[in-house]
Each structure stands twice: as C-alpha cells, then as structure tokens.
Write a protein that binds this ligand. Structure first.
Ligand code: FMN
Length: 307
C-alpha cells in the first residue's frame, strides 16, 4: 500500500498534513527547532499579533490544574511590524505553512492587520482570534455575539488575499450560531476551541493563583468539551473545521477527525512534550495504514452513531 495521502486544503492553501501547532504554545517556531523537524508539520500558527506590541499581564500568568493549565498571558506579542521584520524571515525558511493569528480592539485593527499581513511573502493564511473585547462596543468579546463575529470576519475577508480561518471561543451558549455567522461573513474555515474561562484559588493565602484572577483553561481537561463543540459545528457549517483542545497524541487527533475536523491544532501538549506534533503526524499515518484508508479524507466525519 502507498503512503496515505495526508493533504488537506483550506481555501487555496494546501497543507501537506493536517497537524498544526496552536497559537501561543509554539512561539514563533524557532524555539522548537531542537525538538522536531519543523518541515514535517502541516503548519505553524504563530502567537497572536496585534498592531502594536503588547506587554501582557503581570505574573503569575500560568498555573497548573488537574489535567490542564490556566493561562492569563494577556496576548503579549512583538506587534505587527517587528513580527514581519524579525520573525517572518525564519518562518519563511522552515518549509511548512505559516498561519498568522491576529487580534484587535476594533474592526479597523483587524482590517489593517489583514491587509498588511496578506501582502507579506510566506504568510499562507490568517487565523482571527475573536475572543478579544471590542473596545468600541463596551468591551464585549467579538466572539460572543454572532453579529459582531460576522462583522469582524467580513472586515478581515475584504482585506485578506490569503484564506481566513476564524477561531471560535467556547465561552458561549450555542457555538453553532457563531460558526454559522462567521461562515456567512466569508470565513474559509473555523478553528475551535480557544480556552475556557477558569479560575484557581490558593486556600492557604486565600488569594487567586493568577494575578489576573481569571484565565483560560487548556489541556486534556477540555478535550471532551472541544470534541462536542467540533462535532456540533461540523454538522452546522459547510467550511472545514479545525479541531483544538487537549490533543496530546495521535489517538486524540483521530477522535477529532471522526467528529468532523479536517485538521487539528496542538497546544498545551507542546509544553509537556515538545516533539509531540511530529509523533502525532506519524501516529495518524500508522492508523490510516492499519485501517486500510487511502488518506485522511476517509476519516473526516466518519463517526459511527448507532441510533
Ligand atoms: C500559554 C497559552 C497562550 C495562548 N495564546 C493564544 C493566542 O495568542 N491566540 C489564540 O488564539 N489562542 C491562544 N491560546 C489558545 C490555544 O491556541 C488553544 O486554542 C487552547 O490552548 C486549547 O488547545 P490545547 O488544549 O491543545 O492547549 C493560548 C493558549 C495557551 C496555553
């Protein structure tokens, strides 16, 4: 049997395999060079980029929790222009697809980011983080209101020359409403989930463990929630779904494909095992051979439900 075909497409961008890194957990890729063959990844999603540099929240910003972690990094990043001049030259050389995650405080921020980034050589797609507050609309997160989510998606799609992926927040009542809204806005794919809002308290000091008090929960603890949301969204939209949340090995990734994901992103697991993405690519390949499937397409949405 030939090697299985792992390729997937999002809009006009073809990925050599469906394993991507999740934003904020893989730096700007160079940090992981000693641990794995970067060109073996389907793609790298870089830390969220804003128009201006951001310092993020004060420490402590990370806390370990049962089967996961809480973070309140506060979207620290080098800003658009330094990202382009300092980080893109390396990213262009690693031989994999580069997806730039963007964040803004207003529709104009998102427009400017999309327009500038899509003219940069080596940027293959944009991922829009809509979990950020819209400062012009009283701080309500773009991702928790369907009309705002659609508007920000439309604004980015109008400016972007590369495929647009919109990253959904799980901190909503019905995620399918937001998914449909961003599909209407022109998104070429959705990725989900971002972190779930959580909190940790130190009973001895009687203080919150994070300086920010609340943070985003990630890691294996959130996998069942992510799987459920991916399954719901995959049935609600026609565009590809990228599954994220607690994926730590190939079996986890395969569960997301069965639920309807066309690709996966790996986040917190990179902190535990920096070579994990490479292992997941190999594990998916082995599964496809063992199950006599020609390629990844045979697995997407292949969940068997007996009722
Ligand atoms: C330390 C840290 C930083 C993150 N930064 C970002 C970010 O800048 N933009 C974004 O869209 N998601 C960010 N995320 C969310 C992850 O990309 C991912 O959606 C989430 O962690 C769930 O996946 P996981 O359980 O595999 O980590 C961050 C997560 C962590 C743990």
């Amino acid at each position: 049997m030939n090697r299985p075909d792992l390729r997937i497409s999002i809009g006009s961008t073809v990925f050599s395999n469906p394993v991507l890194t999740a934003s904020g957990t893989f730096g700007y890729a160079r940090e992981f060079e000693p641990y794995l063959n970067l060109h073996r990844l389907g793609g790298v999603v870089v830390k969220g980029i804003s128009l201006s540099p951001r310092k993020g929240n004060p420490p402590p910003r990370i806390v370990e929790t049962a089967c996961g972690m809480l973070n309140a990094i506060g979207l620290e990043n080098v800003g658009l222009e330094r990202f382009i001049s300092e980080k893109m030259p390396y990213l262009r050389e690693i031989g994999t697809k580069v997806i730039v995650n963007i964040l803004g405080d207003s529709l104009d921020d998102y427009r400017l980011l999309a327009a500038r980034l899509s003219e940069v050589e080596g940027v293959h797609a944009i991922e829009v983080n809509i979990s950020c507050p819209n400062v012009k609309k009283g701080g309500v997160a773009f991702g928790t209101d369907a009309a705002m989510a659609e508007a920000v998606t439309r604004a980015v799609c109008e400016e972007s020359g590369v495929p647009v992926i919109v990253k959904l927040s799980p901190n909503v009542t019905d995620i399918t409403l937001i998914a449909r809204a961003v599909e209407n806005g022109g998104a070429q794919a959705v990725s989900l989930i971002n972190t779930l809002l959580g909190m940790a308290i130190d009973s001895r000091s009687r203080r919150p463990k994070l300086a920010n008090i609340v943070g985003g929960l990630s890691g294996p603890a959130i996998k069942p929630v992510a799987l459920r949301m991916v399954w719901q969204v995959a049935r609600a939209v026609q565009i590809p779904v990228i599954g994220i949340g607690g994926i730590s090995n190939a079996t986890d990734a395969i569960e997301f494909f069965l639920a309807g994901a066309s690709a996966v992103q790996i986040g917190t697991a990179n902190f535990v095992n920096p070579g994990v993405c490479d292992e997941v690519v190999r594990g998916i390949e082995e599964y496809l051979v063992e199950h006599r499937l020609q390629g990844i397409q045979g697995l997407i949405g292949a969940l068997i439900v007996d009722c």
